[in-house]
Design a protein around this ligand. Structure first.
Ligand SMILES: [Zn+2]
Length: 275
């Protein structure tokens, strides 16, 4: 799933193009993709977008008259593409906006399952839709992070992925961040020393910034991730083969030397069954 670095890179790329011309035609949209029906998509026609914004892993396209907001959540397989006038695009995108110069913003989704969503909302409705989200992960700072970590006792990998606690991080960047911070994915949030909280805050910024820079240059997953999805590859710090453990429907990647003091973690689902 695209996370903060990926979505922010797309936002930066889309910001100028989507606001260059007013919307000529909005839709059609796949019935599973469009989550709202009132106002109708046609309400966008003739209006100009004010650019692209982002909140957590969602993209927002407010109209420049301040009356409407297009909210897009790409989930795992959704992708947005801006097509210049005359540029060939997909025949049946899940959602399409055509601008007055003939350029288009199209949403496609690989696979049969349609999970990505588009909402057409008023700014007030958009606020309600987003109000459950925690503070943005990038530049969260040691103090704020410390407050979040101390609120409840949670495993770090799980807490970092919880959008209500901290917004924008998913399983891939949680792996990268925890490795950078040299903390166990299963360390308990309340048990961190102040120095470890600081290390985690620094790691969040360092990794999300690194990811954003790479994604803006068009880097693929293989070049972007150093820990995520890299089972058996040498740790970039110590050379130990990276390990993997299944946890809460997720696969966690980590370095047994840098992060867990030489301990290889047991599969939690398996050990629960065997207990
Ligand atoms: Zn290591």
């Amino acid at each position: 799933m695209p996370e903060l670095p990926e979505v922010e890179a797309w936002r930066r790329a889309l910001d100028g193009p989507v606001s260059a011309f007013p919307v000529l035609k909005a839709g059609p949209a796949h019935v599973a993709t469009l989550k709202t029906f009132d106002p109708p998509l046609s309400a966008l026609e003739g209006r100009r977008l004010a650019g692209a914004k982002r909140r957590a892993k969602r993209l927002l396209f407010p109209t420049d008259d301040g009356e409407l907001v297009v909210l897009v959540h790409l989930m795992t397989a959704g992708r947005l593409k801006f097509l210049r006038s005359g540029e060939a695009g997909p025949k049946a995108p899940a959602f399409r906006l055509v601008f007055q110069d003939g350029s288009q913003l199209v949403l496609t989704e690989a696979g049969a399952k349609k999970r990505a969503g588009v909402w057409l909302l008023t700014p007030e409705e958009a606020e309600v839709e987003l109000e459950h989200l925690g503070p943005e992960a990038l530049h969260i700072g040691t103090e704020r992070l410390g407050e979040i970590l101390s609120t409840e006792s949670r495993r770090l990998h799980s807490l970092l992925r919880d959008q209500r606690a901290i917004a924008g991080i998913g399983r891939a960047w949680a792996n990268e961040i925890l490795h950078h911070a040299q903390l166990s994915p299963f360390a308990l949030s309340r048990e961190l020393e102040p120095e470890e909280v600081e290390r985690l805050a620094l790691a969040i910024d360092a990794e999300l910034t690194r990811g954003l820079e790479l994604r803006e240059r068009g880097a693929k997953d293989k070049r972007t991730y150093r820990v995520h999805d890299s089972l058996g590859e040498p740790c970039y710090v110590c050379g130990t083969p990276l390990a993997r453990v299944d946890y809460e429907e997720h696969t966690v990647y980590y370095c047994p030397q840098c992060q867990t003091g030489g301990r290889v973690l047991k599969d939690r689902r398996l050990s629960r069954i065997l207990r």
